[in-house]
Ligand binder design. Structure first.
Ligand SMILES: Cc1ncc(COP(=O)(O)O)c(C=O)c1O
Length: 445
């Protein structure tokens, strides 16, 4: 081993130079929250406290932290083949991994394009959709449809189809030709639903109105998260995704599921597509693909989409797109080791088995101060708090800070707490999450 210090355990004396992503930099740097190591369900903070991970990092560490099998796979790969190009060259990793993933995906989604993040996967999928239609002689299909409150990462494609105002408004005119479906969140109809809410399938019919306005011949694809995570855990109403599927089929529009957070067991099945029994044409994943250990994303494409490119009458490169690190050897090794763990330990099944206990525990918070909704599916939960008048997001942020002080990492988006623990969580850890939040809510004004 090279004699180098593990930088992540040394607390820095100067926090200034790192421009932190999606962070209130000024607030953070006066009151830092640093994580210096991790094991299983826990982080260790820079002040040597154990912090229960209620968010699987950022929805990615599904098998728990620092699993030795993943660590050694990465280490061995780094010493064997550190990098190999995948443009007009190859190495075994991504071929093995793609073959294996194709066994796990819903039938017909058998082709895998590798990226390094969810954002890149989304932009790749949008480009595939546009190029696919053009390739088959329907180049007029250029419009993309997203949804209000959708989050599809931070590339220009992703923010254009995404539906979060602050992520869009600073960045110019974005992609043209994008429309948005309405979101499905409705507290009057669905507050405190257990699992899938009953009301709202008809909101999918808004797609028919968009089609009527623009004509199907101009629309390439619709992209949605099956369960919207980043805007506060919005669970699709009963029948909603199937209706979107039916409308897309009727009009030759591709349906893209962004499964960056729902992929790899979050709902107790490999993908949300399996959970809901609705298969998309393109599916984006990242995060749980490598258990968060090395950055990697992917797009799964339906056979006919891949074949359309392969049937091109022009010889040579079929799709002018890719990243230097597409199918990086270390990421492939991490993903293989992660899939081994998921399989060997039955981790998706563990999540499924724990989901009823999770639901009951989350809904025990009904009646706690400030709580206006509780929602759950698989091992995801949203706890919506009433906003303080004139101060949206402040109560949520106070809650986040207080939970962290009490040894629990949660994620808040505005005044909504989003929980997504590693899928290996046990009952007493679930009780710890709920009791910490319950205690903290009592202290918040
Ligand atoms: C649904 C969805 N899509 C895309 C992304 C972007 O992924 P990344 O941050 O890896 O670019 C995220 C990240 O949270 C996500 O939740």
């Amino acid at each position: 081993m090279v004699n180098s210090p593990v930088l992540s355990t040394q607390v820095p004396t100067d926090l200034e130079a790192f421009w932190m992503p999606f962070t209130a930099n000024r607030q953070f740097k006066t009151q830092p929250r640093l994580l210096v190591s991790a094991q299983g369900m826990y982080y260790t903070s820079h002040d040597q406290r154990q912090i229960l991970d209620g968010t699987a990092g950022l929805w990615c560490v599904n098998a728990g932290h620092c699993r030795p099998e993943i660590v050694s796979a990465i280490t061995e790969q780094a010493a064997t083949l550190d990098f190999g190009p995948t443009f007009q060259m190859g190495h075994p990793g991504p071929f093995h991994l793609a073959h294996r993933l194709a066994q796990l995906t819903p039938p017909g989604l058998d082709y895998v394009f590798f990226t390094n993040s969810g954002s890149e996967a989304v932009d790749t999928a949008l480009k595939m959709a546009l190029a696919y239609h053009r390739q088959r002689g329907e180049g007029s299909r250029v419009r993309l449809i997203g949804r209000e409150r959708g989050y599809h990462g931070v590339g220009f494609g992703g923010i254009s189809v995404g539906g979060i105002a602050p992520n869009r408004k600073f960045f110019g005119s974005l992609l043209t030709g994008v429309d948005h479906l309405p979101h499905t969140h409705n507290l009057e109809q669905n507050a405190f639903s257990l699992g899938i809410p009953a009301w709202g399938a008809h909101l999918a019919d808004e797609l028919e109105k968009i089609v009527a306005l623009h004509d199907a011949s101009t629309i390439a694809a619709v992209i949605v998260e099956p369960v919207a995570g980043s805007t506060g855990v919005l669970i699709p109403p009963q029948g909603y995704l199937q209706r979107l599927r039916d409308i897309c089929d009727r009009h030759g529009i591709l349906l893209i599921f962004d499964e960056v957070i729902t992929g790899f067991g979050r709902l107790g099945t490999a993908f949300a597509a399996d959970y809901f029994g609705v298969a998309p044409d393109l599916m984006t994943v990242a995060k749980g693909l490598t258990n968060g250990a090395i950055p990697m994303g992917a797009v799964f494409a339906r056979d006919r989409i891949y074949q359309t490119f392969m049937d091109s009458p022009t010889a040579g490169i079929e799709f002018f797109h890719g990243y230097t690190y597409s199918g990086h050897p270390l990421a492939c090794a991490a993903a293989e080791a992660t899939l081994n763990l998921y399989e060997r330990d039955g981790i998706f099944h563990q999540a499924q088995a724990m989901a009823p206990f999770w639901q009951e525990a989350i809904h025990s918070l009904k009646g706690s101060p400030h709580v206006v909704d509780l929602r759950n599916l698989g091992l995801v939960a949203g706890i919506e708090l009433a906003s303080r008048p004139g101060q949206p997001g402040q109560r949520g942020f106070d809650c986040f800070q207080a939970c962290y002080a009490q040894g629990l990492l949660i994620r808040v988006t505005g005044d909504i707490i989003a929980l997504s623990p590693p899928l290996i969580i046990n009952k007493s850890q679930i009780e710890q999450i709920v009791s910490t939040i319950s205690d903290v809510l009592k202290t918040l004004d």
